[in-house]
Design a protein around this ligand. Structure first.
Ligand code: B4P
Length: 188
């Protein structure tokens, strides 16, 4: 399954909870990039400038990284992708990866929240964690990019009939309850 939503909508937060409750591996492209930046790997060096500017890391780089990650044995029992795909080229790549393994996507969970709440959350995270892409100018750019590029991804999965939208406003536990209820409804 996938979890999709604008920056600050709670993707990473809810992905960790879903992963624990369903005992499936959660894969966050943002976390993988940040680990590589921290480790000073060639991938991290390449990704850093894009991330700091709030831009997407190029599709070719991101797609290769995801393809390699999804070839690892721990994903055999099911996986939750957090933050991927974000562009239509990434949707096509994921389709190809899944088709090669005779797999299909069951659910795409979309978290929604208004921009002012998203900015507020990310600024509050900036105060706590100091992420280099959590300053107001970059946050607004990331939100614009989501509207410009990732909305098409949301529409594509809606057209396929596998999109489940969940209101991301409210406390973290409240949103988790909504997510689990929405997923149970689909899986039944
Ligand atoms: P991500 O790591 O995916 O960053 P994000 O969109 O900000 O989401 P994140 O999961 O961290 O935050 P969340 O909403 O959970 O991407 C970072 C960068 O990596 C991108 O800008 C891009 O450069 C690159 N990248 C990643 N994937 C890529 C791809 N596929 N293609 C190209 N480039 C890619 O939470 C945000 C904050 O809100 C947290 O502090 C959390 O505690 C808080 N929060 C969550 N739920 C809340 C709630 N209900 N109430 C109050 N606060 C809440």
């Amino acid at each position: 399954m996938l979890i999709i939503g604008p920056p600050g909508s709670g993707k990473g937060t809810q992905a960790a909870r879903i992963s624990e409750r369903l005992d499936i591996v959660a894969i966050s492209t943002g976390d993988i990039f940040r680990a590589n930046v921290k480790g000073g790997t060639p991938l991290g060096i390449e990704a850093k400038a894009y991330m700091d500017a709030g831009d997407f890391v190029p599709d070719s780089v991101t797609n290769n990284m995801v393809r390699e990650r999804l070839a690892e044995p721990d994903v055999a029992g099911g996986f939750l992708l957090d933050g991927y795909p974000r562009t239509t080229a990434q949707v096509e790549e994921l389709d190809a990866i899944l088709a090669a393994g005779n797999e299909t996507l069951d659910i795409v969970l979309q978290l929604t929240a208004d921009n002012e709440e998203l900015v507020r959350r990310l600024l509050s995270r900036a105060a706590e964690e100091g992420r280099t892409d959590d300053n107001e100018t970059v946050i607004r750019h990331r939100l614009d990019l989501y509207t410009q590029q990732t909305s098409a991804v949301v529409n594509e999965y809606a057209d396929r009939g596998i999109l489940v939208a969940v209101d991301g406003i409210g406390g973290i536990d409240e949103v988790t309850d909504r997510v689990m209820t929405a997923m149970a409804r689909v899986v039944e």
